[in-house]
Design a protein around this ligand. Sequence first.
Ligand SMILES: *Cc1c(COP(=O)(O)O)cnc(C)c1O
Length: 397
Amino acid sequence: MNTNDLRELSELHSAHNYHPLPIVIAEAEGAWVIDVEGRRYLDMLAAYSAVNFGHRHPRLVEAAKRQLDRVTLVSRAFDHDQFGLFVTELAELAGKDMVLPMNSGAEAVETALKTARKWGYEVKGVPAEQANIITFEGNFHGRTTTIVSFSTDPDARNSYGPFTPGFRTVPYGDAEALRAAVDENTVGVLIEPIQGEAGVNVPPSGFLTAVREICTEAGALMLADEIQSGLGRTGTTFAVEHENVVPDVYILGKALGGGIMPISAVVADQEVLGVFKPGQHGSTFGGNPLACAIAREVIAILKTGEFQERSRTLGAHLHERLGALPAERVREVRGRGLWAGVELNGKARPVSERLMERGVLAKETHETTLRLAPPLMIDKSDLDWALDHLEAVLAEL
Ligand SMILES: *Cc1c(COP(=O)(O)O)cnc(C)c1O
């Protein structure tokens, strides 16, 4: 079937909770995808960082195939031979000692919130039902009813109440507002080290350090949502490393599954994750053999540091070129490593549509921001080719 027929089926029979570009992808390899008409496009989004290592990375496909021929699902009722190795290797990568695996990012965030509350009541000694957790304006942590309860994006939140209580929201980047919001019943501060969905917002220098200090003083857990910023995207394994900050809890997802299987995780020390006893939390698919085998290969790839290094060097080049775009078209460029939010002086949708016509896939976030997050294995010449097209499109409009 051709693009129009397939688009019509999606339009008629899927809920309209997305507004995709009018392209129907059939195949992909590395940084490139091919649509049903055989046209090639450079992927400058990488599934919001879930495809950090490129589409169908040979090592990851090989790990998946090997595991498909062994065992794929046993549930957590039984242990399997990938599980102990996966949790050990991920804990080591993060410098912590325990892992709680889930599937989607939102589930990992929910798990971190439950962890913080349970830890608050059982370890910190907060009176029953009194725990509060601080979040930031512009946050994006997923789509569950509890998570949208503290969203400040009307599209994400409106018509989904009644909302979960127990959250306070302060401006992102404002350490004094955070200091004023914490009290003796604060059990956690949930933070994206760089806000992805909000438009790749990098906080002021020193902010993550201040958050760490405030959490320590208040006896609250620093919960770093590194689902999009982590696993190489910003040029380091975790984005908190840019300020040498160590959170109490890492929340991971997206790239952990190598673009093949959804797998997410909460990673923390025993005194935090040790609060869970059998039956108190769980997931049928969380930590399944197939996802663990793939994630183990992801961790092995990350341990070489090769992708972090590529993100650093190519990211510097990306930001140099974006910084040279004409000021009458581009108001601001934010980001770190191979990750950028390009704030335009007009709507971003026509830019992503025109880029698509030229064979470059990028996506707007909100009205005026173009988000660039190519696979970290992208060739420098391909990156330059995409940036040439961006320059041309901006000159056209
Ligand atoms: C994508 C994302 C999530 C949610 O992940 P899902 O797998 O879509 O549920 C949570 N936090 C951040 C920072 C994200 O970018």
